[in-house]
Design a protein around this ligand. Structure first.
Ligand SMILES: [Zn+2]
Length: 301
């Protein structure tokens, strides 16, 4: 037994495990938060479910974060809809000048554009994966950050209006608002976006825009996954480009990577459909992503 332990300790390529002393991210906690969000109903701007989730997020974050800031703004869509939108930021280790922003969108899409039956396309999506998953991981991480202050400043940013649409001019609204108002003091060094991080069959190749625009950040995140033994689910090959909330941040000069599994269900069949439900989200996938981000943070970012 001693020899075997020594042998394992001498391997240089294998996973080294999480940074000593870092807290443990529990996927079942995140999964429960996915169910709670879906329970509010669709979180489309202007609807009761959206208002209920905003109150819920502020209440949860208010108990664990040293600072919570709500940034309220308005947007008139190309269709003439007037939206009131809310970015919520929880700041941990607020005194630390070196900061990372971790973001996810909390709103959900008002239409199920990808439904095969046209009659279903007018329905809002449940948003268990596309909206609730990334938010659940960040809210679970918030509990850990509150209990054990991180060695680097962390801004958890829950952005609104990512998925309003239908087209790109009326998407990524919260991320654009944030990017247009980046602070001179306390500006993060880099960002990590979580979106669609709960699929039953996880696959997180490096997103293409991230690979070209934020390679140093890609190296940090995928190295954290490697240390935890998640190489199979976090392959270092570069996958397709996905236009998402990281793009406005990159355009504002803030290198940001998207951690996104853009094959939700067989051939992405559940994306923007009525099948985006908690039954198609996995606690173990949420846990894997949560542990990668926890490792990134507690290893010093
Ligand atoms: Zn979406």
């Amino acid at each position: 037994m001693v020899a075997a332990v020594l042998l394992a300790g001498c391997q240089s390529d294998g996973p080294s495990g999480p940074t000593a002393g870092s807290p443990t991210f529990d996927g079942s906690v995140a999964m429960d938060l996915v169910r709670q969000q879906v329970g509010f109903g669709p979180r489309v701007p202007g609807t009761p479910g959206h208002a209920a989730q905003l109150d819920w997020m502020l209440s949860r974050l208010g108990t664990v974060a040293p600072e919570v800031v709500t940034d309220t703004f308005d947007h008139v869509t190309t269709n003439g809809d007037s939206l009131r939108l809310f970015n919520v930021m929880a700041r941990f280790a607020p005194e630390n000048a070196r900061r990372i922003v971790l973001l996810a969108h909390w709103d959900t899409r008002p239409t199920s554009d990808a439904e095969p039956d046209p009659a279903d396309r007018a329905l809002p999506i449940p948003g268990a994966n596309d909206g609730a998953s990334g938010t659940a991981v960040l809210l679970t991480l918030a509990e850990l950050l509150g209990a054990q202050p991180p060695p680097v400043g962390i801004d958890l940013l829950l952005v609104d209006g990512e998925d309003y649409g239908p087209g790109v001019p009326d998407m990524f609204l919260g991320a654009r608002h944030y990017a247009a108002n980046l602070p001179a003091i306390g500006r993060p060094e880099y960002g990590v976006l979580l979106d669609m991080v709960g699929d039953l069959e996880p696959g997180f190749p490096v997103e293409g825009i991230s690979a070209r625009s934020a390679d140093a950040v890609v190296q940090k995140v995928w190295a954290a996954a490697e240390r935890l033994g998640y190489r199979d689910s976090f392959p270092t090959r570069v996958g397709p480009d996905v236009i998402d909330d990281h793009v406005p941040l990159i355009q504002a000069g803030l290198p940001t990577v998207a951690v996104i599994d853009f094959t939700y269900g067989p051939e992405n069949a559940y994306w923007h459909t009525q099948d985006d439900v908690p039954e198609n989200v996995s606690a173990s996938t949420l846990e894997m992503v949560g542990r990668v981000i926890t490792e990134l943070v507690y290893s010093g970012g």
